[in-house]
Design a protein around this ligand. Structure first.
Ligand code: SF4
Ligand code: SF4
Length: 290
């Protein structure tokens, strides 16, 4: 439709290529694993894979929720694959990953929201490749936060990440089924249990938020113990998804980064193509020594 905005020149998709990337893709297929990098056709895939970073999506590729910005399919979730933790650990070892991000769809159908499966994956990776840094990018475990936090605190990750995605005013539109305060409480709850592990969150911008609202979110994150922040441009996966309201300029992304650092974040990644896991290894380098 004519309401679609044209992509500006700073949103350029780099085509992934190279032997290393091809090898990684083969290994993924052999182990029947899903990466967000591939499924979301992430523009950074070539760069991340060749740096030894990847984001795995565990517990299937069907989500119990339907967020209008997200390209993950909705449907009745599959049964948990008990072998997945070991397959994941094998793949991380084969790919010689030095930094891995593990994420999942929402599993509102599971009693622990899938926390136990996350913990099993961390444990399996630790056994095979103890030096690989592990970041978990978790769903909100709505209604199951306490049980999920108890489980996750027992099997510590290196970075605990949960994305707020947008400002509270746009939650009903962009994250129906989620609750801003509850997401903040999840970040705070983990920090209270594991104060030495950095917590991280991310926002997508360009869906109608104002700068003042973004700054309020930054402050909320800081008061809930979060020290790492990512900000990237929202890109509409298809015409059926939430439309882009605005392409935020690179200068504005820099401004957000400056403001965030001034307010007290220890690590900030803010640029058009930044994704929650983009350069996750570099983002964490100063903080967890990867
Ligand atoms: Fe994968 Fe994240 Fe890198 Fe994209 S930014 S390729 S999703 S690790
Ligand atoms: Fe996508 Fe997560 Fe929303 Fe599910 S809960 S639709 S995976 S953003």
């Amino acid at each position: 439709p004519d309401t679609l905005l044209r992509k500006p020149e700073w949103i350029r998709i780099r085509v992934p290529s190279g032997d290393k990337v091809a090898k990684i893709k083969r290994s993924l297929r052999e182990n029947s694993l899903h990466t967000v990098c591939e499924e979301a056709a992430c523009p950074n895939l070539g760069e991340c894979f060749s740096h030894g970073t990847a984001t795995f999506m565990i517990m299937g590729d069907l989500c119990t929720r339907r967020c209008p910005f997200c390209d993950v399919a909705h449907g009745r979730p599959q049964a948990l694959d008990r072998d997945e933790p070991v397959h994941l650990a094998n793949t991380v070892a084969q790919m010689a990953l030095n930094y891995v991000v593990i994420t999942s769809v929402n599993r509102d159908d599971l009693k622990d929201g899938g926390a136990g499966h996350f913990a099993a994956c961390i444990e399996a990776i630790r056994q095979q490749t103890p030096t690989t840094k592990i970041e978990v990018l978790v769903p909100d475990f709505r209604g199951r936060q306490q049980i999920a936090l108890d489980i996750l605190a027992e099997q510590p990750c290196d970075v605990f990440n949960h994305n707020l995605e947008t400002v509270p005013r746009l939650y009903r539109q962009a994250r129906p089924g989620a609750d801003y305060q509850e997401s903040l409480r999840l970040l705070q709850g983990f920090k209270e249990k594991q104060p030495q592990i950095p917590t991280k969150s991310g926002l997508m911008v360009g869906i109608g938020e104002s700068e003042a609202e973004v700054i309020e979110v930054m402050k909320d994150l800081l008061t809930h113990g979060c020290s790492m922040l990512t900000i990237g441009q929202y890109l509409q996966p298809s015409q059926d998804h939430l439309p882009v309201q605005e392409f935020i300029t690179p200068a504005q992304f820099e401004r957000y980064a400056e403001i965030a650092k001034e307010l007290g974040f220890q690590q900030v990644a803010s640029a058009p193509l930044v994704r929650s896991s983009y350069h996750a290894d570099l983002q964490a380098r100063n903080i967890v020594g990867s």
